[in-house]
Design a protein around this ligand. Structure first.
Ligand SMILES: *Cc1c(COP(=O)(O)O)cnc(C)c1O
Length: 418
């Protein structure tokens, strides 16, 4: 007999709240405060100063990632825009992205004048390589896989698909800072990678981003894209590409100073989250009514989240309510009530092809010969998976006991309902 569930009057697994919270900002201490104070006292807030914090952050990130070139910018969206510009993606081009990612990924594609093409996700909650293959057209120039919630997507297959069709790859690692895939950092498999350092990410300086690549030309063009005056600041250097002017995505030294300290804390944050997720997984019984999210490389992922995919769609609300009654709140990813901007269905500005300009660029750009169509139900597989997905987050404020309580609640509910 399964234990009586709390929704049926049984004793809940826990009555103490399970700590939640953001990652990077939770570990802010005197080191970040001192770093910011030092910048303010120096009066040097601009990035092109001697002993620049931004430059030091870029250098440490390059060493960590094992890449040749890194460029700090003011957001993850800017990082994606600079990466795409660096790769020469623009008007007339289609870029394939997954149906589950922050709307900023699609916005970055539109910002460079290219057309986003939305592909299904698979059980990894990342881009489905089979559907990405179906979405390739004569206009496709790049694919933009996203590693959601610290879990790398099916990278091997996506990279070989891209190579086969001669497509560029930009990896959106905004939610996967420090995440690895089969021994190398995410973002280093494609032609360029992007981090976000906004408030919610693994490490944070409030707002910020990083572009990284091993290709000098991509780096240099990304740098031009990040600052209209870049070729002038760096005038002593011999640029290898003709300079162009775009927008200004420059970070300040205050951002660089915080990011630098946070980067030094990355290993510690991830060793905690990975330990918590392992404790959760070790406590889980064999699933009855759900499938765990597919994780290709359990040792490399960030460990900041776990997801279970309920098999019977009718049971999803009951699972969610039952877990809540056990003292554990699991986030439902897709339900009609809550417009989550991470799901393509709610990207109205994209689905309606809303343009900032009367020319209806990029969709009506004369260079664009394709005719991509969008509709709210165009990715049924994605909606099916996300409507059945329940998520748990792990963060540095939690102890192993909390992770085990989460698992016990899942076990108890699954034994009764599964
Ligand atoms: C946060 C995020 C972005 C954008 O980052 P910002 O720093 O907010 O511009 C892009 N893609 C994904 C997957 C994200 O989570």
């Amino acid at each position: 007999m399964p234990e009586r569930l709390a929704i049926h009057g049984g004793k809940p697994v826990t009555t103490e709240p399970i700590p939640s919270g953001v990652h990077g900002p939770s570990v802010i201490d005197e080191r970040e405060i001192k770093a910011v104070n030092d910048v303010l006292r120096s009066g040097n807030l601009f990035r092109f100063v001697e002993n620049s914090n931004v430059a030091a952050f870029e250098k440490s990130a390059a060493e960590l990632l094992g890449v040749k070139y890194t460029l700090m910018v003011n957001s993850g969206t800017s990082a994606l825009i600079c990466a795409l510009t660096g790769l020469g993606i623009g008007p007339g081009d289609e870029v394939i992205l997954p149906a589950y990612t922050f709307i900023a990924t699609a916005a970055a594609i539109v910002a460079v004048g290219a057309v986003p093409v939305i592909a299904e996700i698979d059980n990894s909650l990342g881009m489905d390589p089979a559907d990405a293959a179906r979405k390739i057209s004569p206009h496709t120039k790049a694919i933009l896989p996203v590693h959601m919630q610290g879990v790398p997507c099916s990278l091997d297959k996506l990279i070989s698909l891209a190579r086969k069709h001669n497509l560029k790859v930009v990896e959106d690692c905004c939610q996967c800072i420090g995440g690895q895939y089969k021994g190398a950092y995410t973002g280093t498999f494609g032609d360029a990678g992007a981090w976000s350092l906004n408030y919610y990410k693994v490490i944070s300086c409030g707002e910020g981003g990083l572009v990284f690549t091993n290709d000098y030309d991509v780096y240099e063009r990304a740098a031009f894209a990040s600052d209209p005056a870049m070729p002038m600041w760096m005038s002593e250097k011999e640029w290898q590409n003709p300079p162009f002017s775009r927008q200004c995505y420059r970070p300040s030294e205050v951002m660089g100073a915080i990011a630098r300290v946070q980067l030094a804390k990355l290993e510690n944050i991830l060793s905690n989250t990975r330990r918590l997720k392992k404790a959760f997984l070790a406590e889980l019984d064999a699933p009855r009514g759900y499938t765990p999210q597919f994780v290709d490389d359990p040792n490399g992922e960030c460990g900041i989240s776990a997801a279970i995919i309920i098999e019977d769609p009718n049971l999803v609300p009951t699972y969610a309510e039952a877990l809540k009654a056990e003292g554990v709140s699991a986030g439902t990813v897709y339900n009609e009530g809550f417009p989550d901007r991470h799901i393509y269905r709610y990207w109205n500005s994209i689905l309606f092809k809303n343009s900032p300009h009367r020319s209806n660029y990029p969709w009506k750009d004369p260079q664009y010969r394709g005719n991509v169509e969008y509709s709210p139900d165009m990715c049924p597989q994605t909606l099916s998976i996300l409507s059945r997905t329940l998520r748990f987050g792990f963060n540095v404020n939690m102890h192993d006991t909390h992770a085990r309580l989460l698992a016990s609640a899942v076990n108890k509910v699954d034994a009764a309902l599964g």
